[in-house]
Design a binder for this molecule. Structure first.
Ligand code: FVH
Length: 294
């Protein structure tokens, strides 16, 4: 028996395996393309000949494949081997996919823990690598020491959907930020300003704006978007027009910027001109436009 099995040796699965090995764990690995296991074997990993052998090798199976469908594809034929083991699925997915997989695993006698990796491969094993977990408390507690090799663990409760929900919400924040950063760099770049010159200014601006988020949380939790408003939506919607116009004038695509403008306009039309930008969160909740227009 080994301590841990890792199924999936892409960029992330490889980093996970290395972190387990670094902490002295005995690790069995399996990957669809066997060549990716060679470097890990040289570092001490045991290479299983089949998925079934990999599952049977350890009490805890860490899976990190591309998407949930590939997890099903890989594990469905070997369901009998999962009984009595803990399945930790670190593949990116939706809360619904995680809950369905939890049900499937539990039906086959396994503890199921879902995970969201908030880190890129080089961060794995360091304290800044945050790994979110949810699902079986028993499964998480039994293996929390081994999982601690990957970074900082945060357990979010028995509902397997909680880790992917938090994961996706954090990624939504990240992609929103990155979208704005791309627009900013395209704009300044069009005027010949090197990114290296502008980025320090951008970073300190974003840091300053981030300081306002606790107030956002207070307003959203209280459902009060009209007290103590410093920058009302009506004013921001007018200023936002300049952002679109300046981009167009510079020959920069507005495709990343237009959805936010659409939401602002909807907020103003809904009578929220004097409210804070936070009122738009309620608008997103109450009317799912992407579903309506899909
Ligand atoms: N890398 C990152 O920055 C992010 C950080 C946050 C978490 N994500 C998620 O982690 C999952 C794996 O990502 P990855 O970076 O390891 O991805 P790849 O390097 O592309 O490796 C993909 C592995 O999946 C295997 N695979 C794909 N299709 C199948 C299949 N049909 N059957 C069996 N295995 C399959 C692939 O095998 P192979 O191509 O080497 O044979 C790799 O092992 C992912 O959910 C991220 O969103 C990473």
């Amino acid at each position: 028996m080994s301590d841990i099995t890792v199924i999936g040796l892409g960029a992330m699965g490889t980093a996970l395996t290395e972190a387990f090995l670094d902490k002295g764990h005995v690790v069995t690995v399996w990957n669809r393309s066997p060549a990716k296991a060679q470097a890990l074997a040289a570092k001490g990993a045991i290479v299983a000949a089949s998925v079934e052998d990999a599952v049977r090798a350890s009490p805890v199976i860490v899976v990190c494949l591309l998407v949930y469908d590939t997890v099903h594809e890989a594990l469905a034929p070997v369901w009998e081997a999962l009984s009595g083991r803990t399945l930790v699925n670190l593949t990116n997915g939706t809360p619904e996919q995680a809950r369905a997989m939890s049900q499937w695993a539990v039906t086959h006698g396994a503890n199921y823990v879902d995970g969201g990796i908030m880190a890129v491969p080089p961060m794995i094993g360091g304290q800044h690598a945050l790994i979110l977990y949810s699902g079986s408390r028993q499964g998480f507690d039994m293996h929390s020491e081994q999982l601690g090799a990957l970074g900082t663990s945060k357990y979010l409760g028995e509902d397997a959907g909680m880790a992917p929900l938090h994961d996706i919400a954090l990624l939504a924040g990240m992609y929103g930020l990155f979208g704005g950063v791309m627009q900013a760099l395209a704009l300044t770049g069009s005027a010949g300003i090197p990114a290296g010159e502008f980025v320090p200014l951008l970073m300190s601006w974003l840091q300053a704006m981030q300081g306002g988020l606790p107030k956002w949380a207070e307003q959203i939790d209280a459902g009060d978007h009209t007290s103590d408003v410093a920058s009302n939506l009506g004013m921001q919607a007018e200023a936002y027009v300049n952002l679109i116009d300046a981009s167009k004038a510079a020959g920069i695509s507005t495709e990343l910027m237009l959805p936010m403008q659409g939401l602002m306009k909807r907020g103003v039309a809904a009578g929220k001109a004097n409210a804070d930008l936070t009122s738009l969160v309620e608008l997103l909740r109450s009317q799912n436009r992407s579903i309506e227009t899909a």
